[in-house]
Design a protein around this ligand. Structure first.
Ligand code: BDR
Ligand code: CA
Length: 312
């Protein structure tokens, strides 16, 4: 069983990532922490609690984290995720109390109180909390098994021509995480744009015919409409889901080892992930960069998880 913490900003694709983690038998979801990103910290935390309520996640601690990036002005993404951060479905009331700890404290507590090498961190929002945790308790870097993060790209951005949202939302935090001496898997847009929820997938989810499956269908309908209007996609790419999928079954995507740097000073390229596939810089490869997705495997495991949670 893989023990993991998801640090997220739900967010339609973050919501699917939480559901896959909670509904997969080989995953032990030990905490959900939130960070400002797609919307403010208050809004994304409220959304995380709503996802827990509809999915029947009642025993996992949820803690709110950073409300602003380390250095830059805050960015949110209402064009993609709506004013609530999770527009589309009616959001149910929370069924659990928020953990009183700051997300950064909860992350450190869990990593320091578990056996070294047992916990995987899955950041699916800006990397503010993770960078803050590294600075507050540097020993976590040695104790974490792996970091599987959604962010970046080796081809093009989605927020600026060069930068992906999670990285440009807090580039200094991203720099710290990639530079940390721990195993990092980068799940960037090159991979996640293969992970679209096409009409056949939505139909299979609808056929589960439960309150949770209806919620997921509404999430995908809203996400699909904004992705169509804003980014010109036929179907929405469910980015964050891919990170959890890697932990459920490593066969879900292939990776290539490379050095990844985060651009902090470019005129046009701030927030870009620069990937040295051919080792031109002679730097140590610090990242497994996701390249090719097994889309059938991704959706089969996701549909299994929604079915499992629907049975309660
Ligand atoms: C990332 O940004 C957010 O909009 C999504 O939740 C995902 O984590 C994609 O660029
Ligand atoms: Ca996200």
């Amino acid at each position: 069983v893989e023990r993991m913490i998801i640090d997220c900003d739900p967010g339609h694709d973050d919501a699917l990532a939480i559901i896959l983690a909670a509904g997969s038998p080989n995953i032990d979801l030990i905490a959900i922490t939130t960070v400002a990103g797609n919307q403010t910290a208050e809004k994304v935390t409220r959304n995380a609690l709503a996802v827990c309520a509809v999915a029947g996640i009642l025993t996992v601690p949820v803690a709110q984290g950073a409300s602003v990036p380390l250095v830059r002005a805050q960015r949110v993404a209402p064009d993609i995720h709506g004013e609530s951060g999770l527009d589309g479905p009616v959001l149910p009331e929370a069924q659990i109390e928020l953990d009183p700890r700051h997300a950064v404290t909860l992350i450190i507590d869990e990593i320091m109180s578990n056996e070294p090498g047992t916990i995987t961190l899955v950041p699916t929002g800006p990397l503010t909390n993770i960078a803050m945790a590294m600075k507050l308790e540097p020993r976590i870097v040695d104790r974490v098994k792996r970091v599987i993060l959604m962010g970046g790209s080796y081809t093009r951005g989605n927020t600026t021509p060069a930068a992906e949202f999670n990285i440009i939302a807090d580039p200094e935090a991203a720099h710290a995480v990639f530079a940390g001496d721990w195993p990092v898997t980068m799940v960037g847009l090159d991979l996640t744009h293969q992970a679209t929820a096409d009409a056949d997938v939505v139909a299979r989810i609808a056929a589960i015919d439960s309150p949770l499956s209806a919620f997921v269908v509404e999430i995908l309908a809203f996400f699909g409409s904004t992705y169509r209007e804003v980014q010109g996609f036929d179907a929405p790419p469910v980015h964050d889901l891919c990170c959890v999928a890697k932990l459920v079954d490593p066969a879900v995507f292939e990776t290539e080892d490379a050095f990844v740097g985060v651009e902090l000073t470019g005129t046009w390229t701030t927030g870009m992930t620069v990937i040295d596939f051919t080792n031109l810089l002679g730097e140590k490869a610090n990242t497994q960069v996701a390249t090719t997705l097994d889309k059938d495997l991704l959706w089969n495991m996701t549909i299994d998880a929604i079915s499992a949670l629907s049975k309660g």
